[in-house]
Design a protein around this ligand. Structure first.
Ligand SMILES: [Zn+2]
Length: 868
């Protein structure tokens, strides 16, 4: 699954939070025959199910998972004999016990269930979706919602084969995991029956079904038919996704030793979808905006996103679908791997996208959550549905991917690939654990990966290396000491008990040297005396480094010539973290970036803009805002002037993205009047004739123009959103509304999010975005609390936590206490970790302000008086 983007158990709930909710070992499924008949007149579906079971022991009960299912008949066939079952709830939530008059003997048995389910509005199970005046039934079963579509052994290790049949209305078609093997009229006069081929053995959460009016564009690769499908109005927005899927499939066919194993691949953009996308076996389902773009006019970012998300979901067809984690505590084996893998096939295809540098940026972002006390280990215990849903976070995706990147660099890409393939071959169509994975890589590499990985997978947080370097007897002596890093300066000052085994490569003027750091403190001697050392060569390590101020100065002097863009990204990320933790002064950091006027790497500029945005959001007031804006304009002026507002013919994608980023900094953070004016002109031009402007730049223009935008502009953007020709154009408009700063416009955007005009899949994200607008966040926080019932009606099982997380944008004690009190009283599902993380982030910001505000003011003051 690709996520877009953490309530404390009360005493009573705590009991069930801690108890394992696993099925008792009575029977295992071998095959499910599932027949679904959606009824769009009543928003329900009828289900008929036949499970071929293997009874592990004689028993008169069978326990299954089921939620919101009305059982109509339950029978077991034993030869000539038919036993009728009674259904009782329990023993746990979302389980039923089927009780029969006499024991079913050990061995094979056939269980029949007739039932009814509801096509819900919660975007999970088999749910109801609407588009263009028609209704659709769409499934989303991960993590634990197969039980809402059919009674099942809904745990990842109960793999079985599935035969799906659908009874659909005449004008509708259906997509599922198998190929269509027959399509016959009936049983009703206006119905037809579609049967799909038997799937290979797979987990219940990977079953897929979509019923409705779809258009598919067809292609193929390596003998595998590929279709990209959507509602018919999107038929002209499918070609880039299809082209991407073809490239990616071919790459994976050669990367993995096992060819794509499922015979066909369907990729569907569903009108309402909670996650970003879902890797159902051979039937990947998507949010429309991540799949359907206009190849001719879409922005570079939109193109990158489509390819990246496809790279992720298609990687899952092997990592996740073919080999599946035994239990959800190891969900990183799916998500971390797919996140790490996704860029490989895309980088191979689109070489001017600089995706290797993107990875350094991703590592820097992954270290962010890991700097909180309330982070979690990659492998974390989860038993209840809420706990399982909450595991799909930045740790399972970003951190796990970052650790895999480090291990790949440590053993070498080709050896890593061999280890990966050995793991897949050994566990194909089965389940595996973290240990299975790192043992396979250790075996392939003959390196202690099985010692290194557990320190990163089972321990929370990330290491900080404190670096001391000296020249002794013509050699450079580097002492590295490790401790757990926290943004919280008080926690950072305390000794930490964690110990990591860290592959560290040191770069100096004389060369590089790699070693495994296993002790609290370790000294390395390098040939020759180097004036500088950089302790994360190629920026592949999942750790931070902090140097003494003199070394930091020397690194900033040589950064542009001696460090690679990846290394500069790592240095920027670590330095900003050190400012937040009180290890560096704000002035040290600003001096570092002051020397980066010539930086033209997109990811490096991106991290710089992000850090400056934090200052802009949290540390400025009327006394220093103008000085800060002058500093930002001076920093970005050379790049802004060089890049201008129009692209040269034949210009590459990276340069177009860079222009957009630089002008965003220059206009949004620097408030350059000319840039604000141009942005408004471009926005107006785009709304007249969308095809006349570069969409990559238009995204920036909307954000910048909205900052000083008035009601007339707001109305025009809102009006334009109603006639958008593609999802990208629509979101450009709707997201621009979030950036307006007048109180009545802030309220209108909030009301819009709660109205039927905004889909449930989009509403929580829109409100969350409002929190990142510094002029809007206090008002939005009041609105959220005053309209909580309305907000809840627009959130689903896991999307409510987006709003909890968004409160981390505050930076004062009063609001922190309000956030704590409000969400303790109004519990949000699957947000057990999100709340303490948000509160900790607010506290860290308060701390940052107290420690660095004065230094920021004096540094800006000095710049001002020296006329810089
Ligand atoms: Zn995923």
């Amino acid at each position: 699954m690709k996520t877009i983007v953490s309530v404390i158990c009360s005493v009573i709930i705590m009991v069930s939070c801690l108890r394992a909710q696993r099925l008792p070992e009575i029977a295992v499924p071998e095959n499910y025959k599932l027949a679904f008949a959606p009824d769009f007149a009543t928003d329900t579906f009828a289900g008929q199910e036949e499970i071929s079971l293997h009874m592990l022991k004689p028993s008169n009960v069978i326990v299954l998972n089921a939620a919101d299912i009305d059982f109509e008949a339950v029978m077991v066939h034993l030869g000539e004999d038919t036993l009728t079952g009674k259904v009782t709830n329990g023993p746990e939530n979302q389980m039923v016990t089927l009780i029969f008059d006499k024991p079913i003997p050990a061995g094979p048995a056939l269980l029949h269930i007739h039932y009814k389910g509801k096509l819900n509005n919660q975007l999970r199970g088999l749910y109801l979706s609407r588009a263009n005046g028609r209704k659709y039934a769409v499934s989303q079963l991960e993590a634990v919602d197969a039980r809402r579509a059919f009674p099942s052994f809904d745990e990842p290790s109960y793999k079985a084969t599935f035969d799906v049949t659908v009874i659909a209305d005449k004008g509708d078609t259906a997509i599922s995991n198998g190929k269509i093997i027959s399509d016959t009229p009936g049983p009703g006069e206006n119905q037809h029956t579609i049967k799909f081929s038997t799937t290979p053995k797979m987990s219940s959460y990977l079953v897929a079904l979509a019923v409705g009016d779809f258009y598919c564009q067809e292609g193929s690769q390596d003998g595998i038919p590929i279709r990209v499908c959507a509602t018919p109005d999107k038929k002209n927005l499918l070609s880039f996704a299809l082209e991407s899927a073809e490239h990616i499939l071919h790459f994976y066919d050669s990367y993995y030793s096992i060819k794509y194993p499922y015979g066909k691949l369907d990729i569907l953009a569903a009108p309402d979808f909670e996650a970003g996308a879902m890797e159902n076996t051979a039937a990947i389902f998507y949010r429309e905006t991540l799949l359907t773009i206009d190849d001719k006019t879409a922005s570079v970012d939109a193109h990158k996103q489509v390819a990246d998300v496809l790279g992720h979901e298609m990687a899952h067809q092997w990592f996740g679908d073919l080999v599946t984690m035994k239990w959800w505590d190891d969900v990183w084996l799916n998500e971390g791997f797919a996140t790490w893998m996704s860029r490989k096939p895309v980088a191979d295809w689109k070489q001017d996208w600089d995706l290797d540098i993107d990875k350094a940026r991703a590592t820097s972002m992954a270290l962010n959550t890991d700097s909180l006390q309330h982070t979690r280990p990659i492998r974390a215990k989860a038993e209840t549905p809420n706990q399982i849903d909450e595991l799909f976070d930045g740790i399972a995706y970003g951190k796990a991917a970052s650790v895999l990147r480090m291990i790949e660099a440590y053993v070498g890409p080709e050896v890593f690939r061999k280890g990966v393939n050995a793991y897949l071959e050994k566990h194909a169509y089965g389940n595996a654990t973290s240990e299975d994975f790192w043992n396979a890589i250790a075996e392939a590499s003959h390196k202690p990966v099985d010692q290194i990985m557990p320190t990163f997978i089972t321990q929370a947080g990330a290491p900080l290396l404190t670096v001391k370097a000296a020249c002794k007897n013509g050699r450079t002596e580097v002492t590295l000491s490790q401790q757990r890093f926290y943004y919280d300066s008080k926690l950072l000052k305390q000794p930490s008990s964690e110990l990591w085994q860290i592959p560290v490569c040191i770069k100096t003027e004389k060369g590089r040297s790699c070693q495994l750091v296993t002790k609290q403190e370790q000294t390395v001697e390098l040939n020759g005396c180097s004036p500088w050392v950089f302790t994360n060569a190629d920026a592949v390590g999942h750790y931070r480094s902090v140097y003494d101020p003199a070394m930091l100065r020397r690194l900033s002097e040589v950064g542009e010539t001696k460090l690679s863009p990846q290394e500069r990204i790592s240095l920027l990320g670590d330095s900003w973290a050190a400012v937040r933790a009180g290890k560096y002064r704000m002035g040290d950091y600003l001096s570092l970036i002051q020397g980066m006027q010539q930086e033209r790497n997109l990811s490096a500029i991106d991290i710089l803009v992000e850090n400056l945005s934090s200052i802009d959001r949290d540390l400025l007031d009327d006394s220093n805002r103008e000085q800060f804006q002058t500093f930002v304009r001076n920093l970005f002026r050379p790049a802004a002037q060089e890049l201008g507002w129009s692209s040269a013919p034949g210009e590459g994608d990276e340069r177009r993205s860079l222009r957009a980023k630089v002008l965003e900094a220059y206009g949004y953070l620097g408030r350059d009047p000319e840039t604000l004016k141009k942005a408004r002109e471009l926005v107006l031009q785009y709304m007249e004739t969308p095809a006349s402007a570069d969409t990559t730049l238009v995204r920036t223009a909307f954000r910048v123009a909205a900052v000083e935008g008035d009601e007339a502009l707001y109305n025009k953007i809102l009006e334009s959103s109603k006639n958008a020709k593609s999802p990208e154009e629509y979101y450009l408009y709707v997201r621009a509304l979030v950036e307006f700063r007048q109180p009545e416009l802030i309220q209108r955007t909030f009301n819009l999010a709660l109205s039927p005009e905004i889909r449930n899949q989009d509403a929580p994200g829109l409100i969350a975005r409002q929190f990142s607008n510094p002029a809007a966040r206090s008002e939005v926080w009041n609105l959220v609390r005053q309209n909580w019932a309305g907000v809840q009606a627009k959130t689903t099982q896991s999307s409510g936590r987006e709003i909890v997380t968004a409160t981390n944008s505050f930076c004062d004690a009063k609001t922190r206490d309000e956030v704590q009190q409000f969400f303790t009283q109004h519990k949000v599902p699957a947000a057990e970790r999100s709340l303490p993380r948000a509160l900790e982030s607010i506290s860290n910001c308060i701390d940052l302000k107290a420690q660095q505000e004065q230094n920021l003011n004096s540094w800006l003051g000095q710049q001002h008086s020296s006329g810089q």
